[in-house]
Write a protein that binds this ligand. Sequence first.
Ligand SMILES: NC(=O)c1ccc[n+]([C@@H]2O[C@H](COP(=O)([O-])OP(=O)(O)OC[C@H]3O[C@@H](n4cnc5c(N)ncnc54)[C@H](O)[C@@H]3O)[C@@H](O)[C@H]2O)c1
Length: 366
Amino acid sequence: MKIGIPREIMTGEARIALTPSACKTLINTGHTLYLEKQAGCGSGYSDRDYERVGSHIVDTAERLYEASRLIIKVKQPLAQDISYLREHHTLFSYLHLAADLSLVQHLCDIGVSAIPFESIVDALGTLPLLAPMSQVAGRIATMRGASLLFKNRGGRGILLGGVDGSDSGQVVVLGAGVAGSHAVAVAVALGAKVDVLDLDENKLQLLALKYPLIGTHLSTPETIERLCIDADLVIGAVLLAGRRAPVVLKRSVVEQMHEGSVIVDIAIDQGGCVEGIQATSSERLSYVEHGVILSAVPNMPATVARTASQSLSSAILPYVQALSDSELAVSSQSIALQRAMAIDKGRVVDKVLLDEMGAKKARTSL
Ligand SMILES: NC(=O)c1ccc[n+]([C@@H]2O[C@H](COP(=O)([O-])OP(=O)(O)OC[C@H]3O[C@@H](n4cnc5c(N)ncnc54)[C@H](O)[C@@H]3O)[C@@H](O)[C@H]2O)c1
């Protein structure tokens, strides 16, 4: 299989989908690896590192797409990437299609096949390719929130963990999944007071066992309002797999929060779980509305590109192998890939995505 790895062009994106050692594994099993010049630099991997394991360095993105059939990327394609995609390409990357139906249309018009990383479900029912980046994003969310609370960043002037004779900061985490539980881990380690909400009682119970001092709550609009109004930091980490993120934090609640409090919406890549929130970026981390600081970066793990690339690369490698060896024996990975396929040669085949497209059409025709 001719596998191409383009350089990521999203603002602040420094990750690469496969490390040199993962490329070596693929080359040793007979595949050809093309890498766009300097694609690994942001993660500390030089072109020479990739050449040493037998990858071919290609000068331009255009030539890379021409040479390759399977495109492995980190983030969804932007306009320039889309202009190089052709019908013979299979795209394997984070895509978040339910949050961007115009991207679905572009990919269908070209006739490509597309498999989102975040749609891969393993035999245990977990999301093994979303999980590593959710772990990173959850941890960063608390650290980012903690620093935005500093007075010189516009925040309330609160040290989350507090010190002798002072109150600790109050953190509310919406969603007790992978990102949410990692956000809780850092908040607890810092010494903050933590409340976490979810619809899934089992996840809440597990967190309560691990961190006996936190508050766990079934998620209802009333509980969200009661807890968030007084929070110093709210972290949005909800997900309904394959769907646009549910809007769980209403503008009317944000308006009642303290001036200088902070919201970090991790779920922005799926459209955001805070009503009306706008995506921010590594260049413009946050903005202020109703006196509250809002941060919603869709590629948070890019901040720690080397850690994130290593973790992502080892998670996706078995699936890249299964995709590349498609004529070989059926494996658990190849079954998961088939089930996760969102677009097959220009045709949307994912039922949840079709459902989201139907719902959006119904809303806009009202
Ligand atoms: N911004 C980034 O850089 C970045 C990076 C990684 C992941 N993410 C996003 O983070 C989000 C969370 O991912 P995850 O891997 O933790 O997912 P997950 O499935 O592990 O957890 C999501 C949790 O949200 C809960 N939930 C759903 N609706 C809810 C509601 N109304 N109230 C409370 N809880 C609710 C679910 O029960 C689940 O426990 C996703 O949107 C994912 O795409 C963003």
